[in-house]
Design a protein around this ligand. Structure first.
Ligand code: PHE
Length: 366
């Protein structure tokens, strides 16, 4: 009988040890798998070979009077094991729930995500680069409205009402925007600011005019109904065609490379006489016309890329601006900022500038 009681106590000690290990496992990050709880059950309370069942079997060998206290001791162990295992099961499930919640919870110890910092739009960067090149040549920036009168956009710039040169730009007229000279439209170029400036200030005038312009063009990689221009105007006594060429040559060297050359070709704009198309030596092939042994695509192998229109301000335009063409002369030029951006950054498709895709805008433009 003493043997049996000692054995019950020994088993209790072993159980408590196993229980402790199982509880530690239940509260650990891995948790206690339900099969482990069931295995403990089978091992201690199993009907066939459970430890308690075997202890009870040992009662048979005892005398009648010894059976009662020994049986009571075994039953106490049995009840304690049952209670301990069911509370272990509950705890194990509770810890399991906590672990799941934790996995979903916010980890407040993580470092914060850096805020997204905005940057200048590539067209803004290019506009500023052009402006500062001209600033170094003594030019100031002037601006004007995007909704403009027919008179300032066309007539004052020497486009008579039915002149075919108007057809070169398909125009957005503003509904209810008046009749004839007074009708309103989205400006088709930044040139009306030439007239606005001449009416507002006396020569010497040296300005560049950045801004948005509108034409009824269909969207494709090289066209957009809205794009950006940089106009330029110089008016003073004794301004010559040589000054025009020198200014644009200096500008091209500042904006592109010191080796950049310019080439003039004759063309027509109603507001200048003579008028020229200005090309720069191709920035992609350095004017050679060849790239990687093949024809340079952007300049079609010519070695030249047209970047702007220019010319000597027409006397009618000076007169419309209130300036005496007998005393003063001037030159004007106009370029597409979007096109210059293509030359500086090789952006192959104009639409990228307007779609606001952050993957594109996030690049560093300088
Ligand atoms: N306004 C012209 C255009 O939009 C460009 C230009 C400006 C040409 C000034 C000559 C002088 O195409």
């Amino acid at each position: 009988m003493a043997d049996l009681l000692a054995s019950v106590e020994e088993k209790r000690r072993v159980f408590l040890e196993e229980l402790k290990t199982a509880e530690e496992k239940a509260s650990s990050p891995t948790g206690l798998p339900p099969v482990d709880v069931r295995a403990l059950h089978v091992r201690w309370l199993g009907q066939k070979q459970g430890v308690v069942t075997e202890l009870l079997a040992g009662l048979r060998t005892l005398s009648k009077e010894d059976k009662a206290p020994a049986g009571a001791a075994i039953n106490r162990l049995k009840n304690d094991v049952e209670a301990a295992l069911s509370s272990l099961e509950e705890k194990s499930l509770l810890f399991e729930r906590l672990r799941k919640q934790q996995a979903l919870a916010v980890d407040v110890t993580l470092p914060p995500r850096a805020p997204r910092v905005g940057r200048l739009h590539p067209l803004t960067v290019v506009r500023r680069r052009i402006e500062s090149a001209f600033a170094s040549l003594g030019y100031e920036v002037a601006e004007g409205p995007e909704v403009e009168s027919d008179w300032l956009n066309f007539e004052a710039l020497n486009f008579p009402p039915d002149h075919p040169a108007r057809d070169a730009v398909d125009t957005f007229f503003v509904k209810g925007g008046g009749e004839g000279k007074d009708r309103l439209l989205l400006r088709t170029h930044t040139s009306p600011v030439q007239i606005r400036t001449m009416l507002a200030q006396k020569p010497p005038i040296r300005i560049v005019i950045p801004g948005r312009v509108y034409r009824k063009d269909d969207i494709d990689p090289r066209h957009s109904p809205v794009f950006h221009q940089m106009e330029g105007l110089t008016v003073d006594e004794g301004v010559t065609f040589a000054n025009l060429k020198g200014t644009l040559a200096a500008f091209s060297r500042l904006l592109f490379t010191p080796e950049t050359k310019i080439r003039f070709g004759p063309t027509f704009f109603p507001f200048v006489e003579p008028g020229v198309d200005v090309a720069v030596s191709c920035v992609f092939c350095s004017g050679t016309g060849a790239a990687d042994g093949a024809t340079c695509r952007p300049c079609s192998g010519s070695g030249w890329i047209e970047i702007m229109g220019a010319g000597m301000v027409h006397p009618n335009v000076l007169r419309n601006g209130g300036i005496d063409p007998e005393k003063y002369s001037g030159f004007a030029f106009g370029m597409g900022i979007d096109r210059i951006a293509f030359l500086l950054y090789g952006v192959p498709d104009l639409r990228l500038f307007f779609e606001n895709d952050v993957r594109f805008l996030d690049r560093v433009w300088s």
